[in-house]
Design a protein around this ligand. Structure first.
Ligand SMILES: NC(=O)c1ccc[n+]([C@@H]2O[C@H](COP(=O)([O-])OP(=O)(O)OC[C@H]3O[C@@H](n4cnc5c(N)ncnc54)[C@H](O)[C@@H]3O)[C@@H](O)[C@H]2O)c1
Length: 444
């Protein structure tokens, strides 16, 4: 988002904004700040447009980063994009607002009257009205300023990390709302400079709670759609059909074109937690514990278990036990063409496989170190012949292009396609090589 805002220019090519990215003075925050100031994007991406836009901001000299909150004093607009974790240690999920409140309080203490706070963080619906606005008001009161001296709006990113990372911000429809009509107008004017609203018009909603609900509903809908398909994948495997073929046929109906497909699991920072936010909002922000979200909660539980289905299939196909088995896992990031391992299904898989006594070698073309498991990830693709099974977990381009005859070199490990990674011709090649092959969602 910082790159998108900094690279937005008028017709003459002059940038609209000077952007300062602010992070905490933690080791992680400071590393991001230093990377940006050195001219390096602090994340791994395969998106050439994002790299080009970031390089352009470097040339124009209008994107910097700091850990100094004094930056807020200079801002006309502060975009809040910090994390808000869902705590899932107990049976009942919750959100701890403490860090988020502190961040907002600093904005209230530092920002100028008439400036805009635009919240993009995915939050329990009601957060802007019931958490952010009171926090800003308290800080403004202490400064002797009117409680509404800082404008407040909400607008959510629909960013899709991967090959179209940058475009998914600037070339995509946006929803927004303001706590007051004036805040909504200032928010729309800001977004209109960053997003190509001539092609992707903004949608204004009547309240920030409505806008916050839009984000949570979108992601809950997608998580439920994925969980729903999971049971059909199992059915397809049992009765010997190819569910991907069936889904392609069903998707021909425009009303069903977004049906999801079976796979290895659901990961990343958003889909794994967002479906839990509405229940948290009902209980903690609106005192309505009587309103529940069984579909959304069940979807998260089903999706969490998905990688264990692959494990069950491997155990069954490898003679009933994984003890001492050597497994090669291809893909540890949570999504294709993304170098992010947060809440990756591969983590659930590796922990469970190793607990059963399997030795798992992990490979990923975009990851060299896997922080959640505190281990190096092998760089070059290892030879297949040292393994009992190869699990295709993430459809990174490198795996979709593997020449199996060349790579297998006569070895015949079990090839398990957990995420529709292999093409029909790769699967056919495996059969001709008499290599055992299995997959999620295909019973052929
Ligand atoms: N990653 C996505 O694709 C995506 C898509 C849509 C929405 N979102 C939402 O955007 C938000 C951020 O997601 P992310 O993936 O970028 O998270 P992240 O954890 O990668 O980044 C958040 C950053 O905020 C910093 N931070 C925390 N408190 C701060 C403070 N008080 N002041 C300054 N910096 C602070 C953290 O140190 C961290 O670097 C979340 O609400 C997420 O749900 C993310």
């Amino acid at each position: 988002m910082a790159t998108a805002v900094a690279s937005a220019c008028d017709r003459e090519g002059n940038p609209y904004f000077d952007v300062i990215g602010v992070d905490l003075p933690t080791a992680e925050g400071a590393a991001k700040v230093e990377a940006i100031n050195r001219g390096e994007l602090p994340l791994t991406t395969t998106d050439e447009e994002l790299l080009a836009a970031f390089a352009k901001t470097r040339q124009m000299g209008n994107l910097h980063a700091t850990t100094d909150p004094a930056a807020y004093e200079r801002a006309d607009v502060t975009v809040v994009d910090i994390h808000l974790d869902v705590l899932r240690h107990d049976a009942v999920p919750s959100v701890n607002f403490d860090g988020f409140r502190r961040a907002i309080r600093v904005l209230g203490e530092r920002m100028r009257p008439g400036s805009l706070v635009m919240v993009e963080t995915t939050v329990p619906p009601g957060t802007c009205e019931r958490v952010v606005a009171p926090e800003l008001a308290a800080a403004l009161r202490q400064r002797g300023l009117p409680e509404d001296a800082i404008l407040l709006a909400h607008s959510y990113e629909r960013v899709m990390p991967g090959r179209d990372y940058f475009r998914s911000i600037v070339d995509f429809w946006r929803v927004y709302a303001g706590v007051t009509p004036h805040a909504a107008e200032v928010c729309a004017a800001f977004l209109s400079k960053v997003i190509h609203v001539d092609r992707y018009p903004l949608t204004r909603l009547h309240s920030t709670t409505a806008s916050e609900t839009g984000k949570v509903l979108e992601n809950s809908y997608r998580a439920v759609n994925i969980a729903f398909i999971e049971e059909w994948g199992r059915f397809a495997e049992a009765v010997g059909i190819d569910l991907f073929e069936v889904i392609d046929a069903v998707r021909m109906r425009p009303t069903h074109s977004n049906m999801r497909q079976p796979g290895f699991g659901v990961g990343g920072y958003c889909l794994t937690k967002d479906p839990l936010l509405a229940a948290i909002a009902a209980r903690d922000l609106f005192c309505r514990s009587d309103i529940s979200f069984p579909f959304s909660q069940q979807a998260v539980a089903v999706n969490d278990r998905m990688p264990l289905r692959t494990l069950d299939e491997l155990r069954r196909r490898l003679g009933g036990s994984l003890t001492g088995r050597k497994l090669l896992l291809l893909g540890v990031s949570y999504r294709q063409d993304v170098g992010d391992t947060r809440y990756s299904p591969s983590e659930i898989f590796v922990r469970a496989a190793e607990a059963e006594g399997a030795a798992v070698c992990c490979h990923d073309p975009l990851i060299t170190f896997w922080p959640e498991l505190d281990r190096e990830v092998t760089g070059p693709l290892p030879s297949a012949k040292d393994f009992d099974a190869v699990i295709f977990a993430v459809p990174h381009e490198e795996y979709r292009e593997i020449d199996l005859a060349k790579w297998l070199q006569g070895s015949r490990p079990l090839l398990f396609d957990a995420n529709n990674v292999l093409s029909a011709s790769q699967r056919e090649a495996a059969r001709l090589l008499e290599c055992p092959i299995g997959s999620i969602g295909r019973g052929l």
